[in-house]
Design a protein around this ligand. Sequence first.
Ligand code: GYE
Length: 306
Amino acid sequence: PAAGSSSGAKAGSGKTITLGFAQVGAESGWRTANTKSVQEAAKKAGITLKFSDAQQKQENQIKAIRTFIQQKVDVIAFSPVVESGWDPVLKEAKDAGIPVILTDRAVDSKDTSLYKTFLGSDFVKEGKSAGEWLTSAYANEQGPVNIVELQGTTGSAPANDRKAGFADVIRADGKFKIVASQSGDFTRAKGKEVMQAFLKSQKDIDVLYAHNDDMALGAIQAIEESGKKPGTDIKVISVDGIKDAFVAMTEGKINVVVECNPLLGDQLMELTKKVAAGESVPPRVETQEGVFPQDKAAAALPSRNY
Ligand code: GYE
């Protein structure tokens, strides 16, 4: 076709924009919704999407980014599986003149010129919201309140930050004790397995704080199989807000969910068009999120989009 006759989004040179997107994996309901959102938004925006799934391995993500550089895509976006170790490959992208957008998860690079912007959530705030729900739910109780924590993927921004934000809030009152804390890698299977181990090693568990819904849902199975009632015998706090977690809340099995929005596709395509055109973008773009206690679950369930 003649230049400019297709309907796709155009890079500076007038050709259709190609975006290379290196996804973490397919570890959770959140992630599946995030992938779908990115794929649908790219189609809608007329952006050619090269999609790669790293199966939760940093080495795979680095390989995918190097391939995108070789293919001379216009923009690279990725959701870094862990926070550290990105400087070399980000420098390669910068040297090749390809702008990088971080989506969902942050990196700990000191050199912020290695990427154009970050699009996602404030995970420390999510951890704090979880902690605030707990301190107010137990305001009139004496304690001790024994908490077990299911951490997300070791070294990932959401695991580091949700742990830190939560710890920061509960520290103020000595009655809250984290008696065990271990990674369940953000998956249902691992969440169940680690919760089974917690139930064996800890006599008295009052609260489960899970860094995502999938681990909470796996842990709920373990709690039920041990003869206890999740949501009652052991209170359950979780993060994300996938539909299955809202269903579990309506069944009384989860006490509160802190929302984390995976539907970043449209905002990502907007940012992609801007950086491809050499326009400046804000260094951080945050998504809007809420907190849903159990008594709000039934009303909210029909309008959950993921
Ligand atoms: O909470 C979890 C997923 O990075 C915010 O990754 C994301 C997290 C999300 O596996 O379910």
